[in-house]
Design a protein around this ligand. Sequence first.
Ligand SMILES: [Zn+2]
Length: 611
Amino acid sequence: METILKLGAEGGSLTLLGERTNDEKWTFYRETQEHALADLINDEDSDLPALLNQKSKLIESDIKEALKRLGRNWSNLYPVEVHSDFAWLIYKQVIEDSVSVSNRNLHRWQRLCLEQNPLFELAQMLCTSNYTVVLSGAGMSTESGLPDFRSKDGWWRRIDPHLVANIETLEDNYELFREFYTYRIETVEQYSPHVGHQVLAKWEKEGLLHGIATQNVDGFHMAAGNRHVSELHGNLRSIRCNQCGREAEVSRFLSKESCMVCQGKLRPNIVLFGERLSEIAWAQAMEWFQAAELVIVIGTSLQVAPANQLPQLTSGKIAYLNMENSKESNRFDITIQGKAQKLLVQLDEMIQYIRTQERGHSKQVESQMYQKSEIIRGIGFQVNNINQIYKCRHLNYVGKTSDTKELFTEVISCELLRLQIKNRLNSIPEVVRERGYQIGSRYGLVTTNHSEKASNRREERFAISLFNLSKNGKKFEHIGKILDYQVPLRNSIQDKGLGKIDLISMKDDQIYLIELKIKENKETILRCILEIATYYQVLSKSKFLESYSHEFEHVTTKSIQKAILIVEGSKQHQEMIKLQNGERKALKKLLNELEVQVYCINPESLDVQKL
Ligand SMILES: [Zn+2]
């Protein structure tokens, strides 16, 4: 018996319990404690006292119905515990009858159902990522009903596929080979893409997804409507001649005919055991995964090389969705166990929800609901994870605390100073990037054309344009000449969550590590300060100077400065104006304490001023 949902109320509790009968089936029970809850339960036709202080069977397997029968106004009780498998389903019910839910309680539901929910975290990443790619495997197709021909249950005539699906069988026992693939093609034709495939196709149309590399040969991603698919292992329904390579109709193969041109043996255009991957498909996949900010691995145990190497090519985040947990879950930022179809559908619902929320500016409303003590507690908790503190979501809150009406930025800055943030940041160890910080290919002008279409990274493009100007001799006021952009901090793929320094510049004997914020960026100055201060700590100063030794002379690690470059008229600029007017005292103190300099660039004239 597992707790699906526990609700508290004055003097009692109401719990929805669930018993897992097998994989997807549940039986739900209601458990009530204390009579104080009696009036919340609507059981006109049942013996109410008999239900109190005891378990009662509600209904089998339908969570929606079970919630309804839990009692009227259940969503207005104080939520105490939510089962992670049901978090999203329950939250959907809460917002469906949100008329009756108070703002305060809605906020509790959000915290319980969304904030610690890895799937929701992934949905948020999907919304913010500029370049998302998917790697899919057999688990994606089995839900269409297609048997996994590699698993023993799916074997054809109880023959190990390794013995048939190879080049030797094609050459020496073509009859068997053709029979096997006729069976495989006919099997695939009986099935079709499922809703999960359709979700991925929808994401591609909406610009949320840039490409799919798949190990599946069934062609379901294309059939569902995705256009950017790299079929690493080929496609069963595409036929070619094994001798001359010409394409042929699938019907020709199925009717046991040979190549029209050379009479050679026809075969599916797939990668047989012992054959190499198509270079075109592989190069395409590599390009996508290298450019990716977010990689989602779906339904593959990552046992088959070289496809299993693709996720690690990203310098962004990796999410792993599969029925079985991976043995190497430490390779991933997010691991979610479950069926592909269900997870993709839920992700899509969450994305819709996040978008409506954003349209309604409810992010601001949400942060307004925090009390001062809650913020301070949150920060106190986050400083224990000091190298990630700049990612703490409180930092981006705008507005004032609900009780003391103080600015979030001020409350947090004050608390960080009290917690001796400087000493804490100093404790972050340097990560030495063994191969150096300079990326070799950046000598000469960098063109953005090749990546412009593929990538929407406006910040990077802005950085590149400034870099190119300096290549042509431009020296900016205060910050001088831009030497490099997007300098990576991580040494190995194990160094998760380490970002890039947007710009490196040099003026006289000073070197600036610059965090660049384009105008559209909504982050607060507070977050920018902590981000660059963290990057500064992580950077190996001696290795850094060595990497750029051809540029620097007479500089020491003391010459390295932390700076933020913001755009005139931006949200950050408005904040800085208030700071200069004396309206952000704690923030100003923090800025000085962490020795971060702020510069502002005019997007037209490119004049830089010091703030
Ligand atoms: Zn031929």
